[in-house]
Structures are given as structure tokens and as C-alpha cells.
Design a protein around this ligand. Structure first.
Ligand code: S3P
Length: 166
């Protein structure tokens, strides 16, 4: 399994789609899988069940996906807060899309579909997640300043594959 991790706005979903297409394997986004299984949008789960409720659903969904058939899997930016998820990642190829907080906020700041952007101290949230990202990662791809296409190409290069059309 190739797993893309990183903070909100790193480009995990877009890069994941392109990498999966290039490698001819299915693409799964953990937030989309949660919404499909639960029947509610992520922001509604946060509003109705709180962050803790979302995290329970998220960890169970991701653990099940990681035990499933090979795919490119993009994970929500807060999912590595769960020990269950961190343990389930061991043995997989984990690509950290390494985005700065400033670039992240330029890209997705204010997006109402991402409830964690309402966090009162985004700098602390961002800093507090870095250790888990880096501990889990088998590959780190810096993404500041890269387009969606460039991000996918850099991921494929880092994985040792050649992007189609490159
Ligand atoms: C979250 C990130 C979101 C989504 C949820 C919580 C977070 O995914 O899982 O809104 O805690 O950072 P993206 O990283 O794809 O935006």
C-alpha cells in the first residue's frame, strides 16, 4: 500500500489520484471512505459527534483500509494522532507531503469543509503533528511551490517510478 500523509492542504488527494492512475492501482481517500460508510459529510460528523467521535470512525476506517487490497491511500491530516493508525501504517510505504503552515493556509485557509481550520492555535496544531508524520514516513516530499502535477511527479520519482508523460 502506498499511503500519503501530511497536513491539510499538502495535496494528498490530488497527488494520490494522479499517482494511483500512473501506477494503475485504485485510489482511496480516507475522508471520502468515511463519508461513504457513515453517510454524513466530515463537517457534519464533527458537528454532531465532536472531534473525538470523528477520530474513532476515522481510525477504524483507516485500519480496515490498510488491511485491504493494494491501493494508493490518502489519509486525513489528523489521522496519525491515533496509535491504532500509527501502528497499522508500519510496513507500508508512507509518503509525507511536507507542506509549510503558511503554504497550507494559502491553499485551504478558511475552507468550511475542514473543521480543524477553526482551531484556535493552528501553529501549535501544525507543530504538534510533525513528529508523527516524520516517524511514520518512509519518504518525505517537500511540496511548497509545487503544482498538483509537479507534486505527483515528485512522489513518483521519490518512489522510483517514472511519471507517465514526464
Ligand atoms: C483533518 C483533516 C481533513 C479531515 C478532517 C480533519 C485534520 O483531511 O480528515 O477535516 O484534523 O487535519 P485533509 O488533511 O485531507 O484536509
Amino acid at each position: 500500500m502506498i499511503v500519503l500523509v501530511g497536513f491539510m492542504g499538502a495535496g494528498k488527494t490530488n497527488a494520490g489520484l494522479r499517482v494511483a492512475e500512473a501506477l494503475d492501482v485504485p485510489f482511496i481517500d480516507s475522508d471520502a471512505a468515511i463519508e461513504a460508510a457513515d453517510g454524513r459529510p466530515v463537517r457534519t460528523i464533527f458537528a454532531e459527534d465532536g472531534e473525538a467521535g470523528f477520530r474513532r470512525i476515522e481510525a477504524a476506517t483507516i485500519a480496515a483500509l490498510l488491511a485491504g487490497p493494494p491501493a494508493v491511500l490518502s489519509l486525513g491530516g489528523g489521522s496519525l494522532g491515533s496509535a491504532e493508525v500509527r501502528e497499522a501504517l508500519v510496513g507500508h510505504e508512507v509518503v509525507l507531503l511536507d507542506v509549510s503552515l503558511a503554504e497550507s493556509l494559502n491553499r485551504v485557509g478558511g475552507d468550511p469543509s475542514r473543521p480543524m481550520l477553526q482551531h484556535p492555535d493552528l501553529a501549535a496544531l501544525y507543530a504538534g503533528r510533525q513528529r508523527a508524520y516524520r516517524d511514520a514516513a518512509t519518504v518525505v516530499v517537500p511540496v511548497d511551490g509545487l503544482s498538483k502535477e509537479e507534486t505527483a511527479a515528485h512522489v513518483l520519482a521519490a518512489l522510483g517510478h517514472r511519471a507517465v508523460g514526464e
